[in-house]
Each structure stands twice: as C-alpha cells, then as structure tokens.
Design a protein around this ligand. Sequence first.
Ligand SMILES: *[C@@H]1O[C@H](CO)[C@@H](O)[C@H](O)[C@H]1NC(C)=O
Ligand SMILES: *[C@@H]1O[C@H](CO)[C@@H](O)[C@H](O)[C@H]1NC(C)=O
Length: 199
Amino acid sequence: MPGFVGATPRRTSWAVWLAAIVCAVLAIAVIITGIAVFAIYIIYQPKTPYIKVAYAQLSKLVYGHSGLLEIEMVLHLVAENDNKKAHASFSDVSCLLRFHRIDVAELRADTFDVAKNSSLELDYLFQSSSIPLDQAAMETMDVALKQGVVSFDLSGHARTRWRVGVFLSVKFWTYLSCELRFFWSNGSAVNLDCSSKSH
Ligand SMILES: *[C@@H]1O[C@H](CO)[C@@H](O)[C@H](O)[C@H]1NC(C)=O
Ligand SMILES: *[C@@H]1O[C@H](CO)[C@@H](O)[C@H](O)[C@H]1NC(C)=O
C-alpha cells in the first residue's frame, strides 16, 4: 500500500511545514522591519546632535610663585542639531576644565532644546577659585608661561535625545575631549578645534 509507506513521513512533513511557515513569517517580519528602518533612515536621515566650542578666551590668569592659579575663561559652546526633521534635547550637560590633571573649573547646564536643523549658542564664564598646583603642574605652568602658550584640557559630555519618525526616540551620549591652548599675552585661543562630533 503506497499510502502506508507515506504515513510516517507525512507526520514529519506537518512539523516541517509548520516550521517553514513560522520561519517564513519571521523572515517577512525581519524584512518589513528592515525596510521600515531603512525608510525612516532615508526620510529622516538622523544625525547625532553634538556640541562644539565656537569661541574660547582666557580672560584672566593669575599665577604666583606660591603656586596658586586663578583663571577666568569665556567659552561659547554651540549645540548643533543637524536633523532636518527632528527636535533635539540636550541634558546632563557638564564640562570640566583641568590644568595638568588638576581640576580648575566645572560647568553644568540645564536641559535645553534645539529646534530642527538649527543650533543654539551657550555662553559661559568659567571662573576658578585659587587652585593650588602641585610640583609637576607648577613646572608645566612655568614652561608654558615662558613659551607664551598655556593649555588646558576640556572634557565634557551631554546626553542628546531626538525623535525619528513618530515612534522612535533615539538617545545618545556625546563626548567632548580636547586641549584648549591660549596665548598668554592676549588670551586668544590657538587653533581652536573642539567638537564632540564623531568623525
Ligand atoms: C537647514 O539650514 C540650512 C542653513 O542653516 C538651510 O540652508 C537649509 O535650507 C535648511 N534646511 C531645512 C530643511 O530647513
Ligand atoms: C594674540 O597674540 C598672538 C601672538 O602673541 C597673535 O598671533 C594673535 O594674533 C593675537 N590675537 C589677537 C586677537 O590679537
């Protein structure tokens, strides 16, 4: 009986069919998700918002042989949102200014929004108290003043959040880490290039 011979394989083939259908449904779901993500990407072209330093000026530097350093620095940060169709919000913005691994001044900003395809300028004044430098930092400062260029390290971060489409909200940390160098004579920045944009 040919039917009898086929009976056992037929039971197996039901399981195979079921598995095939499940796989096909999953595959279609994956493809649809992929197309949706791709379409959102093409339509919205999401770009990570970032912060950069647009202007920096060392407006005051007092340093005596007692090893105490006091500075004042004007910093214009720009929060950039290159997304053409999405607002971005920046939160937990904080920057730390250091001289030779010694904390000099810290800055925190409130949460703010940047409209789509736009940027926001934030003007800050870093003011330090009298910071005692250690031996290594004092030597570095002596050399810097002799050469006429003083450098500080600026590190910072911000949490950015923006909406892609109606349902997808993207969150990213963006990090800033750069060396700010200033002419001691007039306090203007040397070759300022400081941005948290990932290249
Ligand atoms: C985005 O801004 C640039 C200049 O700031 C402008 O040329 C461009 O048309 C704007 N695009 C949109 C979609 O608003
Ligand atoms: C500051 O001084 C340096 C050299 O001492 C000079 O090259 C630079 O142009 C000056 N900047 C301004 C704004 O005067």
